[in-house]
Design a protein around this ligand. Structure first.
Ligand code: UDX
Length: 429
C-alpha cells in the first residue's frame, strides 16, 4: 500500500528520509524554505556526500515519486503523513531549540486534511510531541514520534536496513498506520508511548557516546600501564554483552548528533530533577580528549608546538562524510593553533570547499602530500582509508621532521617506523 507523504526539511535527515520513502513506493513531496536548494534538488543535485543518496534521489525523480517544493504548507496540503525533519539545534544552555519545529507545525496546521498523521523525525526533547500538538492547533490530526538512527556515511544503508523502527504514539491506530509505511523493510518494530520513543533516541546516542568515551579513557590507561588498547578491546569484545562496535579510540566523538544529544539528555534530566553525572563525565572525558591529543603532538615535538608547522590528515568528524560540525579534528587543530603552531596545513578527501568559518586558521590543501610539506609533525585525525596507502617514503622526504601522531590508530607503527618516522598512536606502545 503506498501513501502520499510530505517531508518538511531537506537537510541530512529530511532528504534521506524522503528519498528512501519514495524508494519504498510512496509518493513523497519534500519541502524546504531555500528556493535555490529546492531547484537544485529537483534537478537531482544532491548537496551532501552520502553513499547511495544520489541514486535514490535520481530514482525518485525519474519515477516521479519524489519531488521538492518551497514551503511546508505546499507539501503538506494533500499529504496523509507529514514527517517533520527540521533542525533542532542546541540552545545556549544545552537544551534543544524547538523554534523550527514549532514554526513548521504552525505553518502546516491550517492546511492539513483531517486524520493526517504528523511524524516527529527530528531528534526532539522528551515531551515534544505535545509541543507539536499545541502548535498544530487541530484536534482532528495525530502526532507520532518516529526517531531516526541514521549514521552519517551509512545513512542510506541504515534507512533500508534499520536495526529497529521505533514509533511513539498515544493511540494504536496511528502507530499501526505509521508502521505500515515501513512494512517492506521487515525490521523489528518497537511501538511505545511518545515519551519513551523520544527517550530511546537520546539514550541510544548517549550510550554510544559512553562507549566511545570509555574506550578513549581506556586508551589513556593502556598508555600509562604499557598495554595495547587494540588487544584489550579484542579481548573484551568477544563477550557478547560488550561487543566490538564503538570501541575504537580516537580524538573524541563529534558530529551533528553526539555533542548535541548528550548535552540535551543531561539538560532534560536536570529539568526533571535528576543530575545525570555519569553522562556529564562522558562529555568531560570527550572534551579532555581534545586537549590530550594536543598534548601528544607537543610531546612528539619535544615540548612545544609554538612556531612550528603542523600537517594534518582529516578535518571531518569521521570518514566517509563531508561534515565538519563539531569535528574533533578541528577541535584539536584549534588547540594547536592556540598553543602557537604557526602553520596548519590540512587535507581531507571529504572537504572540497575551504570557505567554512570552522576552518579559520587552517590552510586546506588539495592532496595529502601537500599537507606534509615542511611539516614538523603530521597528525592523523580522521580515519579515511586512503591515508593508509600513501607513499610514506615520499611523506618523510617532504616533512621537516618525519614525526606522526596517529589519533585514529589508522597506521601500522612498525611499518611507519621502518620508514624512519617517530610514531605515536593511542593506547599503544
Ligand atoms: C550517530 C549515531 O550513531 C546515529 O545512530 C544517530 O542517528 C546520529 O548520531 P553519527 O553522528 O553519524 O551517528 O556518527 P557515529 O558513527 O555515531 O560517530 C559519532 C562519533 O563517534 C564520530 O566522531 C566518530 O568518529 C566517533 N567514534 C565512533 C569513535 O571515535 N570511535 C568509534 O568506535 C565509533
Amino acid at each position: 500500500m503506498t501513501h502520499r507523504i510530505a517531508v518538511i526539511g531537506t537537510g541530512y535527515v529530511g532528504l534521506t528520509t524522503g528519498a528512501y520513502l519514495a524508494h519504498l513506493g510512496h509518493t513523497v513531496v519534500c519541502a524546504d524554505v531555500v528556493v535555490d536548494k529546492v531547484a537544485r534538488l529537483n534537478r537531482g543535485d544532491v548537496p551532501i556526500l552520502e553513499a547511495g543518496l544520489d541514486e535514490l534521489v535520481q530514482e525518485g525523480l525519474e519515477t516521479e515519486r519524489l519531488s521538492f517544493v518551497v514551503g511546508a504548507a505546499k507539501a503538506a496540503e494533500d499529504a496523509e503523513f507529514v514527517f517533520l525533519c527540521v533542525q533542532t539545534p542546541q540552545g545556549e544552555d544545552g537544551s534543544a531549540d524547538l523554534s523550527y519545529i514549532r514554526e513548521a507545525a504552525a505553518e502546516i496546521g491550517p492546511v492539513l486534511a483531517a486524520e493526517t498523521i504528523v511524524i516527529n523525525k527530528s531528534t526532539v526533547p522528551v515531551g515534544s510531541t505535545r509541543v507539536v500538538e499545541q502548535a498544530l492547533e487541530r484536534d482532528d490530526v495525530f502526532v507520532v514520534s518516529n526517531p531516526e538512527f541514521l549514521r552519517e556515511g551509512s545513512a542510506v544503508h541504515d534507512c533500508l536496513n534499520p536495526d529497529r523502527i521505533v514509533i511513539g504514539a498515544d493511540d494504536q491506530a496511528s502507530a499501526m498506520r505509521v508502521a505500515a509505511l515501513f512494512e517492506s523493510l521487515k525490521a523489528p518494530l518497537v511501538i511505545t508511548d511518545p515519551s519513551s520513543a523520544e527517550t530511546i533516541k537520546y539514550a541510544s546516542n548517549a550510550f554510544l557516546a559512553t562507549k566511545v568515551s570509555f574506550v578513549n579513557a581506556l586508551a589513556n590507561v593502556c598508555e600509562a600501564v604499557g598495554a595495547d588498547v587494540r588487544e584489550v578491546v579484542l579481548g573484551m569484545g568477544y563477550d557478547k554483552r560488550i561487543g566490538f562496535e564503538f570501541l575504537k579510540p580516537g580524538p573524541g566523538w563529534g558530529g551533528s548528533c553526539f555533542p548535541k544529544d548528550t548535552k540535551a539528555m543531561v539538560h532534560i534530566a536536570e529539568d526533571h530533577g535528576y543530575d545525570f553525572d555519569l553522562l556529564r563525565g562522558v562529555i568531560s572525558v570527550n572534551e579532555e580528549q581534545y586537549e590530550r591529543m594536543a598534548d601528544k603532538v607537543e610531546r612528539m615535538v619535544e615540548g612545544s608546538i609554538s612556531g612550528l608547522t603542523v600537517g594534518a590528515w582529516g578535518l571531518t568528524f569521521k570518514a566517509r562524510t563531508d561534515d565538519l560540525r563539531d569535528s574533533p579534528a578541528i577541535e584539536v587543530l584549534r588547540r594547536l593553533r592556540a598553543r602557537g603552531a604557526s602553520v596548519v596545513r590540512a587535507y581531507d578527501p571529504g572537504v572540497a570547499d575551504a570557505s567554512s568559518p570552522l576552518l579559520k586558521g587552517v590552510t586546506v590543501v588539495a592532496d595529502p602530500y601537500a599537507a606534509c610539506e615542511g611539516a614538523d609533525v603530521l597528525v592523523v585525525l580522521t580515519e579515511w582509508d586512503e591515508f593508509r596507502w600513501l607513499d610514506f617514503a615520499k611523506v618523510a622526504g617532504l616533512m621537516h621532521h618525519p614525526r606522526i601522531v596517529d589519533t585514529r590508530n589508522l597506521l601500522e607503527p612498525a611499518a611507519v617506523r621502518r620508514r624512519g618516522f617517530a610514531y605515536d598512536g593511542l593506547g599503544r606502545a
